[in-house]
Structures are given as structure tokens and as C-alpha cells.
Write a protein that binds this ligand. Structure first.
Ligand SMILES: NC(=O)c1ccc[n+]([C@@H]2O[C@H](COP(=O)([O-])OP(=O)(O)OC[C@H]3O[C@@H](n4cnc5c(N)ncnc54)[C@H](OP(=O)(O)O)[C@@H]3O)[C@@H](O)[C@H]2O)c1
Length: 231
């Protein structure tokens, strides 16, 4: 694995409880970052050097815009970390169509679209011997779906299944796709649901520890991050 120094990495959800500490660690390792979330002021207040892209990734056109911003800034893309997402709670009959569509668009479709938009650049990175990578933060509920979180579990399980298949396609091209499935983490995500109310949850992992595990996986050449790898 070459060093992360001078690699061009797109971080989607860069202002988030997981995205921000991942971004800080990659910046410290010398990566050149494209930082993506909806709120430009929050992106700027991170104080991390990088190209800032304030877009809503639920919009289909956002992925192409992000990829071209990263290419314009750095000449290519060597990595993507997708840590944007949301959760919804509640019994099956209480989740509206609007919430279901928002959940699957953000948690499942958006990372798939981002990867597809960046693929030509990731292929160029592989051809140049730069060991390109993609991290999709799915979740432990993809492995262990929970009642009261059926739609969230399904959106994450769909992403995990996509990742399992896509990782095998991409491996042949020299591109590594890591599906990361952290357990509950104290980022406050559960207090900002699209719908419903979080059940009582046991104390979660520290965001810094989860971010460090993900960055270590990138640097060490890991191919998968099951929930047990965060223990
Ligand atoms: N925290 C946990 O317990 C946990 C456990 C396992 C997996 N995960 C997964 O890890 C990922 C990150 O979670 P987190 O805890 O860091 O959540 P978070 O603190 O709420 O961060 C979410 C990030 O996504 C961005 N975002 C949300 N909607 C967006 C949109 N439509 N377009 C662009 N950016 C958007 C947010 O920024 P803006 O709102 O400014 O756009 C923020 O940067 C999620 O996919 C989550 O499902 C979390």
C-alpha cells in the first residue's frame, strides 16, 4: 500500500460524527480532500484544507458534480469515503413513502451513484499504481436487522449486498471497495432520525475509535470491515 500522502480522496458526509474525524486523519496523513455535505458553513468550519462541495447527494446529478470538482482540484480521484447517511425508526406502518424514499436514496442509492461517477478516475488511479479505494459506511444492522429499524436495516443491507458484488468486480481492476459495518457509535445520529424515535440504546462506540479503525483499514489494505472488526 502506497502512502496516503498526495492521494485525492472524496469524503461524502465530511461534517458528520464519523466523516469529520476520518477527514482529519486523512488530512494529517497528507491526503488532498474533497469535502462534501449540504451545509457550506459547516464544511468551512471544519477548518480542514480541501475543496468544499456543498450539495445534497440525494439529487442524482450531485455525484457527477462532486467527481468533476475533485478532478478539477487534484487531477484525479484515488479514494472515496462515503459517510453520509440517516436513520429512521418506528413500526412498519408508520414510515411514510417520503421517508422510505429519502432513506433508500441517501443510504443506498447515493453511494452507488458516487462510486459510478468516480469509476473512470479510480480506474486511472489503479492504472497509475496508486491503489485506489472506496469505503462505504453501511452499519451493523445490515448483518443483524432490528425490529423498529426495518427500513434502515434494509437500506444498509442493500448497500452491503451491492458492495459484496461490486468489490469482486472492482478487485480485478485493482480497486478496493470496503464495506464498513460499525456498531452503534456516539455521533448523535440516532437523535436526528428522519422519522420515529430511537429505542433505548446501550452506550455506543467512540467516533474517534471507529474513524481510526476505518482509516487503519484504508492504510493496511483491509478488504472488509464487519461489525466484529470494531470490537
Ligand atoms: N452513528 C452510528 O451509530 C452509526 C453506526 C453504524 C453506521 N453508521 C452510518 O455511518 C454514516 C455516518 O453516520 P454519522 O453517525 O456520522 O451521522 P451524522 O453525524 O449525522 O453525519 C451525517 C453526515 O452526512 C451528511 N449528509 C446527510 N444528508 C446528506 C445529504 N442529503 N447530502 C449530503 N450530505 C448529507 C451530513 O451533513 P449535512 O447534514 O450538513 O448535509 C453529515 O456530514 C451513516 O451512513 C450512518 O448510517 C452510523
Amino acid at each position: 500500500m502506497p502512502s496516503l500522502a498526495d492521494t485525492s480522496v472524496v469524503i461524502v458526509g465530511a461534517t458528520g460524527g464519523l466523516g469529520a474525524p476520518i477527514a482529519r486523519r486523512l488530512a494529517a496523513a497528507g491526503a488532498r480532500l474533497t469535502l462534501v455535505a449540504r451545509d457550506e458553513d459547516r464544511l468551512r468550519s471544519l477548518g480542514i484544507d480541501g475543496r468544499l462541495v456543498a450539495v445534497d447527494v440525494r439529487k442524482a446529478a450531485s455525484a457527477a458534480g462532486i467527481a468533476s470538482a475533485a478532478r478539477d482540484a487534484y487531477g484525479g480521484i484515488d479514494g472515496i469515503v462515503n459517510a453520509a447517511g440517516a436513520v429512521a425508526f418506528g413500526p412498519l406502518d408508520e414510515l411514510s413513502d417520503e421517508v422510505l424514499i429519502e432513506l433508500f436514496t441517501l443510504d443506498t442509492l447515493a453511494p452507488i451513484r458516487m462510486l459510478r461517477a468516480a469509476l473512470p478516475s479510480l480506474r486511472e488511479s489503479a492504472a497509475a499504481g496508486r491503489d485506489p479505494f472506496v469505503v462505504h459506511v453501511s452499519a451493523v444492522v445490515a448483518e443483524q436487522p432490528l425490529p423498529g429499524m426495518a427500513a434502515y436495516s434494509a437500506a444498509k443491507a442493500a448497500l452491503m449486498a451491492y458492495d459484496a458484488a461490486a468489490a469482486r468486480e472492482l478487485r480485478r481492476e485493482g480497486i478496493r471497495l470496503i464495506d464498513a459495518r460499525p456498531p452503534h457509535t456516539e455521533t448523535g445520529l440516532a437523535t436526528r432520525p428522519l422519522a420515529g424515535q430511537a429505542p433505548r440504546l446501550a452506550e455506543g462506540l467512540s467516533p474517534d475509535a471507529v474513524a481510526q479503525r476505518i482509516v487503519d483499514a484504508i492504510a493496511n489494505g483491509d478488504k472488509d470491515l464487519p461489525s466484529t472488526s470494531f470490537a
